[in-house]
Design a protein. Structure first.
Length: 407
């Protein structure tokens, strides 16, 4: 099978995902998509008439984020009208899935030049969004699907992972992100976002809180006790009851809070993929290739546990073990996701999320996977390492994963 090469990766800074506070919140989501699509075009001097497809991830495909945001962002960026686009939704896993599909189309020989990526503006009102399972009562009977924060607390309770460990991980995420920002580790990938009048909307990460400590986090109240007792209608189960329908003896201990949960932010990211023939004939220098990619499902009631089996699956496909991986990126949707991932796989913590994660930097849902791939590649180059594994949990109890290798 042919190789799929990463030529470039870029992203916006992440703005706070709240109206009135976020530096990007006044913009249209297509504006963020346009920003990164323009960047991969201009940085690599590509003829967009050669772009076979734009494969985009966006989870909340309602209102301004509806209507095939990938295609519309490409048109807004001035791409040739022959460059088609599609937008997909694997919840939080959309950004990695867009990359996996882009790589697969190149590796199969179907396409030669593809852009993958994603956009999510969490500052936008989510009117029209439905709960997990889209209100299907039969599905909820088969697979009760709760609120992700309540799921995180349930997993921590089942695994015996206490709040102290989660607060330590969260504080370390902030500390690592602070070092990465001060040392300019993100500078190669981060593209400033400009307003339509040319002024700068945002050119730095807006969400991190440097100086955060485990001691300061210890004073924060848990976020999800009241959420656990919420029900959408008189006929529906509460989020707590949905989990107890599958785990009747579980008394959930609420350990996650605002400082140990992923940040609500706006952002976009893009990755440029090319076949070997196209890269050679057009003078593009590959930075990495795909070693293996795949997807995995797990218990939808607990929702967040699929990264471990997904990582094991792609390692097996690649004929590798965790010892062959130089760097890991696992999305910090909640602290327990990363903590369980590291414990279950027996990982060296100095190799995992070395520049911080979504707890410190934020999680623009449909874009995060593309951000993580670019972050891993930049860090492989900075450390002169070779191989990275990237994965993340997603709604419905899923996780995509990918292993990349520098070339």
């Amino acid at each position: 099978m042919a190789e799929a090469y990463i030529i470039d990766a870029c992203r916006t800074p992440r703005g706070i995902g709240k109206q009135g506070k976020g530096a990007l919140a006044h913009l249209h989501p297509g504006h963020l998509g346009r920003t990164v699509l323009e960047a991969v075009r201009d940085r690599n001097d590509i003829d967009t008439a050669d772009v076979d497809d734009v494969i985009w991830g966006t989870s909340a495909q309602v209102n301004e984020q509806g209507g095939d945001l990938g295609r519309m962002s490409a048109l807004d960026a001035g791409y040739d009208i022959t460059a088609s686009g599609v937008t997909l939704d694997r919840f939080c896993g959309s950004g990695i899935t867009s990359a996996n599909l882009a790589a697969a189309t190149v590796m199969s020989g179907m396409e030669d030049l593809v852009v993958s990526g994603g956009t999510e503006m969490m500052s936008l009102p989510k009117t029209g969004m439905l709960p997990m399972g889209a209100g299907n009562p039969h599905l909820q009977e088969l697979h009760p699907q709760s609120h992700q924060g309540v799921c995180a607390d349930a997993i921590a309770t089942l695994e015996g992972i206490g709040r102290d460990a989660l607060d330590e991980l969260s504080a370390e995420s902030q500390a690592r992100a602070d070092v990465a920002i001060k040392e300019g580790r993100f500078d190669r990938s981060v593209i400033p976002v400009h307003n339509l009048d040319g002024t700068v909307a945002l050119d730095r990460e807006q969400f991190p809180r440097p100086g955060t400590t485990a001691e300061s986090l210890a004073g924060l109240p848990p976020s999800f006790p009241a959420v656990a007792d919420y029900r959408y209608s008189d006929e529906s189960l509460t989020f707590r009851e949905q989990i107890n329908a599958r785990y009747p003896e579980l008394e959930i201990e609420h350990v996650h809070h605002a400082g140990s949960s992923s940040g609500v932010v706006d952002g976009a990211a893009a990755i440029l993929w090319a076949s070997a023939d196209y890269a050679t004939s057009h003078g593009l220098q590959p930075r990495a290739r795909v070693v293996a990619a795949g997807n995995m499902g797990d218990d939808p009631t607990l929702m967040l546990n699929a990264p471990v089996p997904s990582a094991r699956k792609v390692l097996d496909k690649a004929g590798m073990t965790v010892d062959d991986i130089d760097l890991f990126e696992v999305n910090e949707a909640f602290a327990v996701v990363s903590e369980k991932f590291q414990r279950d796989l027996g990982l060296d913590r100095s190799k995992v999320n070395v520049n911080g994660g979504a707890i410190a930097l934020g999680h623009p849902i449909g874009a995060t996977g593309a951000i993580l791939i670019g972050t891993a590649l930049d860090e492989l180059e900075r450390q002169d390492k070779q191989v990275a594994l990237i994965t993340m949990c997603a709604g419905g109890g899923m996780a995509p994963a990918i292993i990349i290798e520098r070339v």
